[in-house]
Design a protein around this ligand. Structure first.
Ligand code: ZN
Length: 289
């Protein structure tokens, strides 16, 4: 259902009937499939406080910690997920269920596609392929349908959401600012949100000023120019910091703030070991690599 704009046309007509002229780019359409139904809503971009996460990788404990930490600092209008909800971790169905309790925009990552057989497992390393097969065996029919329905890219307001890169949403890793700048022509939107590397990144795409600074938080990145942003990984960070990573976007203030939150890594590592997933996937959680 992601990508359906019919709901916007209805909203547009209703607002027009009230004498209000609105513009599509000022609004974000969110969906949240819950208990067999797909709910859709429209959030004005100017009012949204958005939680952006990537690479959850079936780590429910880390995902819960991120949601709790983000909600501690204010209400969340939507959750944007940049792919790889599953793979590596022991609780894929629970992570999909928890995400779907929130207004959600989600794109597909290479692991999501590998698990449901949309990409060949030969492209993964041995442990990643074994984790895909494990996840495939444990995935519910409902979770499978959710993954099968994910698009490779979504635009939301002035943001493009992809897993890898705007050029290759499934496989390309964006590892540096210079690499990000090369990819700017593939992104029509002002900003691009990516995951896949499991490392936070904020790369200026060009130095053209988009808008005067109106941000209020000294800690937040001011989105006055075009940016490519990677929030880092929730469930398997690879930057040497084992804490779960996320970003809060505030389109009204034009800010993005990067956050880390601790969770019980030991209990998740034990659950990985008990589950029959490759042991290396448990060990790397402790060191954040
Ligand atoms: Zn990943």
């Amino acid at each position: 259902m992601c990508g359906s704009y019919g709901i916007f046309d209805e909203f547009y007509e209703a607002e027009l009937a009230k004498g209000r002229q609105i513009h599509r780019r000022d609004y974000i359409i969110v969906t949240w499939p819950l208990k067999g139904n797909v709910y859709r809503g429209i959030v004005p971009e100017s009012m949204a406080r958005i939680l952006v996460v990537a690479d959850v990788h079936a780590n429910l404990c880390a995902l819960r910690a991120v949601l709790e930490d983000a909600l501690c600092n204010g209400a969340i209008d939507a959750v944007w997920v940049l792919g790889d909800v599953v793979g590596y971790g022991p609780e894929p169905n629970e992570c999909i269920t928890l995400l779907n309790e929130h207004p959600l925009i989600c794109v597909a990552g290479n692991h999501d596609l590998g698990v449901i057989g949309y990409v060949r497992l030969e492209r993964f390393n041995v442990d990643a392929a074994r984790a895909c097969l494990w996840t495939r065996r444990h995935l519910s029919a409902c979770s499978s349908r959710f993954l099968a329905g994910l698009p490779l890219r979504r635009s939301a307001g002035s943001f493009l959401l992809v897993h890898g890169s705007p050029r290759d949403p499934t496989w390309e890793y964006v590892t540096s600012e210079s690499h990000a700048r090369l990819l700017a022509p593939w992104c029509e939107q002002d900003h691009c949100l990516v995951g896949h590397t499991h490392r936070p990144l904020a790369a200026r795409l060009e130095t053209r000023t988009l808008r005067p600074g109106v941000g209020t938080s000294a800690r937040a990145l001011q989105l006055r120019e075009r940016y490519m942003i990677n929030p880092g990984s929730v469930g398997q960070p690879r930057d040497g910091d084992p804490r779960a990573a996320y970003v809060i976007l505030n389109p009204e203030a034009a800010t993005a703030s990067f956050h880390r939150v601790s969770y019980d890594v030991g209990s998740v590592a034990e659950a990985v070991e008990r589950s029959g997933l490759p042991l290396s996937l448990a060990r790397r959680l402790h060191v954040g690599y």
